[in-house]
Design a binder for this molecule. Sequence first.
Ligand SMILES: Cc1cc2nc3c(=O)[nH]c(=O)nc-3n(C[C@H](O)[C@H](O)[C@H](O)COP(=O)(O)OP(=O)(O)OC[C@H]3O[C@@H](n4cnc5c(N)ncnc54)[C@H](O)[C@@H]3O)c2cc1C
Length: 632
Amino acid sequence: MPIYNPPLDDIRFVLNEVLKAGALAREIPDYAEADWDTVGGMLEAVSEFARDVAFPLNQSGDKEQCTYNPADKSVKTPKGFDEAYQQYAALGLIGMSADPAYGGMGMPQYLNVAASEMLTAANFSLSSYPGLTGGAYKALHKFASDDLKDIYLPKMLSGEWSGTMCLTEPQAGSDLGLIRTKAVPQNDGSHAITGSKIFITCGEHDLTRNICHLVLARLPDAPEGVKGISLFVVPKFLPDANGEPGARNPAFCTGIEHKMGINASSTCSMSFEGAKGWLVGEPHKGMKAMFMMMNDARLKVGMQGLGLSEIAWQNAATYASERVQGKALKDFNNPDAKSVAIINHASVRRHLMDMKAQIDGFRALAYDVAIRLDLAAKHPEPTVRRDAEEYAGLMTPILKSCLSDLSCTVAQRGIQLHGGMGFINETGVNQYYRDSIIATIYEGTNDIQAMDFTFRKVLDFNDHMNRLGLFMAPLTEQVEAAKSNPATAEAAKVMEEGIKIFQNTCTAFMQLGMAGKLDEIHAQADHFLNMTGRLAVGSMWLKMVDAANEGLAALPENDGKAAFYRNKLALSDHYFTHIMRPDMKRMELLVAAGAAFLGNISREQQVPGPELGIAKSESKPDNRGHGPFFTF
Ligand SMILES: Cc1cc2nc3c(=O)[nH]c(=O)nc-3n(C[C@H](O)[C@H](O)[C@H](O)COP(=O)(O)OP(=O)(O)OC[C@H]3O[C@@H](n4cnc5c(N)ncnc54)[C@H](O)[C@@H]3O)c2cc1C
């Protein structure tokens, strides 16, 4: 049977000892209540829910899946989901970081991010229902009129109503400029929404009394492309005079997808048949609203990757300590030697350390970015707010992409470490692999993240590289200081080499950019993103080494916690020597090779057409549409 122990010690170490998150309570008046004791209590509450309520439903939910009833266009979630959702809502966790004016608890965002990690690890599918509601809440809170907020927000935060994000259409996925759904103004100030959306997470289910869809659609006078898209709230049931669910709005689920993972999360095709909707924010500014929500939503997807990596790692490490197979190498020729648990084999331990060194490093980076989002939203100093927002914007595509990729790698390696048992459904670990892949696809595929990072965030000549400066200036300072500390001097060398490789790549990309060779940059954008991620995580490991040494120094002799800190020091060494140094060199070579990638070679020569086996698809183009390019 799989296990999940919420990693509270690791989360506390990062938040409290490394990032000093408790200081937010002193710096930000709105977070005065969020002292470390209160935060610790909330983390406990979330972890108990994740371990005791959500996790026991994970395997059964995957097996039972959601079911669709065409007769009434309803969707049934697996057994136990309803009670679990109500319990989560009753604990107030949907509104943990939400505005107290609408029933939220007003706690910092970083707590919500920690909750995302634990809830996704325990039960990814279940986490999607409050997760989508949280996203819709944020969009409404930021952009909707006070009247709309008064109707929708308290009910969403209490868990009575839920939310969705309806962007994708058959012909508009990465390229949302191709959206066709129409919004026609009505005399009563509402709009009639007509169109089809696909892949809508939690578009229909039986957990709440109402579902509030946030829908991207075009007004009649809308300009072409992304500049002509507006945002609307379209409820399943129209709120009556008392704000209770009234008449059925013609916004129907026409079917659900059968998927390789997150099987207990409903993925719906939606048909809006002149459904009543209300404009959220300004006309034609729907994409702007969506992009403003993006740092938050993409960080959440990163946390899904982190949660899955953690649970896959925990199960692999536990299995490796229990599974007895093979003698220790030193006893290979000793006929009397007994077989040992596989964790005693060096290669198994190396795999486990590869996983954990990245999980811990990216956890620190993710929580650092979550705290920056808190600073960006609430700090009294405008310059602190602006810099925090810019920094979070730079790091977010890295977190989304690297963490979702990491979860696939860790979950796949976790299956390998289980041997044949990993391939067997009953063990439960192949679910983490199946579940992990979606995080690399939605909220912008990882290739789209690489484009966003490279072209919008780094090679943004309007920004004059200020954003990059926010990353590089403190990093260079940190590495200088680390060089003179014996505990970090070796790691600092790896960081110095890494910074050089990164700077050379930036210079090469800028030269290519100025020469108009955008394809040459685009072809290597993912390596560039990953290389920056390696550096950013290196910076976090330097901080964690300092915190671990401080922690060790403060412990009484023979204190059991020493093993925790020593493990962090070993993982840090592992990160710098086994992961960062070789990866940076590998990516340096790849980027260098990439500059010559396109050269004079034609597209057909690179990826040949029908004569070499790439056949034309028989399916009609409307099945799952194609956009020519992503419009930022
Ligand atoms: C389970 C699930 C849940 C989802 N939930 C939601 C939801 O709640 N709401 C919602 O609106 N949508 C949702 N989606 C849709 C999801 O966001 C899209 O599938 C995703 O954005 C990719 O779009 P697409 O599928 O059309 O792929 P395409 O855009 O067709 O992309 C196909 C491939 O081409 C690549 N590509 C496309 N454009 C470029 C480019 N310019 N440069 C380089 N490569 C490019 C992509 O990276 C990808 O590899 C969900 C999807 C799934 C499967």
